[in-house]
Design a binder for this molecule. Structure first.
Ligand code: PLP
Length: 399
């Protein structure tokens, strides 16, 4: 199967902007499309929480609709949400933010889009770990920028060596993209890593764009080292997060970007020309999420910790898979032996056992021999998946 979506890429129609060629056919879509044609599929491929959103959050969206909250909000976001976010970050990291440091967006996706496309242009380079969430590199390239990757490996738990990142900075470096805990690896960067990168970047006038959407899916009682708690000021950082993962609100599409007031001023104007404002009733749902009780997040963490522990055990029992213990998010990114094509393995695995995983190549060039396994599904489904996967692997000849 080609890496590219043939309809899209073989089109002779000159109407399409050639920059669209930088968007790869998402490996996720390809696998999930194939899975929809099959029966009895076990999905270890899901990229969103499987738990329902908290009732008080859903109620707040419904109440907002019924109260006639169907118009636009202020372009920066609903003032009540901006205030709730500033309070929340103040309490969590002791960092004083004002509403002018925050822009409410249509999910973290829009915040990432704004951050990358408003900075990328010809001659500018962006440092991105490899593997990484698949949005970053295409958004840089669509706008003429180039990407320098810093590979990470399963044998090091996919930890990023801060010195590798610092060594990659050169005259053309515009920004470094971080995503901890990471999709697809689940790796949580320790404070020392984040601090070293943030400090050096600020010193060199390079931005750090930090995607923190999994900032509440942190296991083993660890404290989350947000970029916001590692920088002395906001002059060289843009921090992105959303309600999608923390409160199972992915479909409600509310995220945000935190930066200096000057950066937010620029990005507000750009946001006006992209999506105008985020969804109004769902911004009210966001206020309820931040102001309401947090049992939901604690319960979710307990559930995901059990799943994480079980997946780690099962990967250890699987021949040919090199795993590790991820400390965040809901993914594990085990490696197959060097030289084995993860695309073929994922495809055969799906066709021959009905277990849907995502091939590593979806997330970068350095990890063609990896598979992304998501444990955002029940323990029963996880066990059923490995009940099929382990004997299948035993029959392979990957030496
Ligand atoms: C690392 C990462 N960033 C951003 C997003 C998108 O988040 P949102 O739903 O808030 O747009 C995802 C979704 O899977 C993600 O994994």
């Amino acid at each position: 199967m080609s890496d590219l979506d043939s309809d899209f890429y073989e089109s002779e129609d000159p109407v399409w902007n050639p920059a669209l060629l930088t968007i790869p056919m998402p490996g996720i879509r390809r696998m999930v499309n194939l899975a929809t044609t099959m029966e009895d599929v076990v999905h270890l491929s899901i990229g969103q929480p499987d738990l329902p959103a908290p009732q008080h959050v859903v109620d707040a969206a419904v109440e907002a609709l019924q109260a006639g909250q169907t118009g636009y909000t202020l372009d920066a976001g609903l003032p009540e949400l901006l205030e709730a976010l500033a309070d929340y970050y103040g309490a969590r990291y002791g960092r004083a933010l004002t509403a002018d440091n925050i822009l409410v967006t249509t999910g973290a996706t829009e915040a990432i889009y704004l951050a990358l496309t408003s900075t990328s242009s010809a001659g500018r380079e962006f440092i991105i770990p490899d593997p990484a969430f698949m949005l970053y590199a295409p958004l840089v390239r669509m706008n003429g920028g180039t990407v320098k990757t810093v590979p990470t490996r399963a044998e090091n738990n996919h930890q990023l060596d801060p010195q590798d990142v610092i060594d990659a900075i050169d005259m053309n470096t515009c920004a470094i993209v971080l995503n901890s805990p990471s999709n697809p690896t689940g790796t949580l960067y320790p404070r020392e890593t984040v601090e070293a990168i943030v400090e050096e970047a600020a010193y060199r006038g390079v931005y750090v764009i930090s995607d923190e959407v999994y900032d509440h899916l942190i296991y083993d009682g660890k404290t989350y080292p947000s970029v916001l708690s590692c920088c002395s000021d906001l002059d060289h950082v843009m921090v992105v997060s959303s309600f999608s993962k923390t409160f199972s609100m992915a479909g409600m599409r509310i995220g945000w970007l935190i930066a200096s007031q000057g950066a937010i001023k620029k990005l507000r104007r750009y946001h006006m020309f992209t999506t105008t404002v985020a969804n109004t009733p769902c911004q009210w749902a966001g206020v309820a999420a931040l102001r309401g009780e947090r049992d939901f997040v604690d319960n979710m963490l307990e559930i995901y910790t059990r799943r994480r522990d079980r997946v780690v055990e099962l990967v250890e029992q699987t021949p040919f898979l090199e795993g590790y213990k991820p400390e965040g998010a809901f993914y594990l990114f085990p490696a197959l032996p060097e030289g084995i094509n993860g695309n073929n393995v994922a495809l055969r695995l799906l066709k021959e056992t009905g277990v849907c995983t995502i091939p590593g190549q979806t997330f970068g060039e350095s990890c063609g021999n990896a598979l992304r396994i998501s444990y955002s599904t029940s323990i029963e489904q996880i066990e059923e998946g490995f009940r099929r996967l382990i004997p299948w692997m035993e029959r392979q000849d990957f030496a």
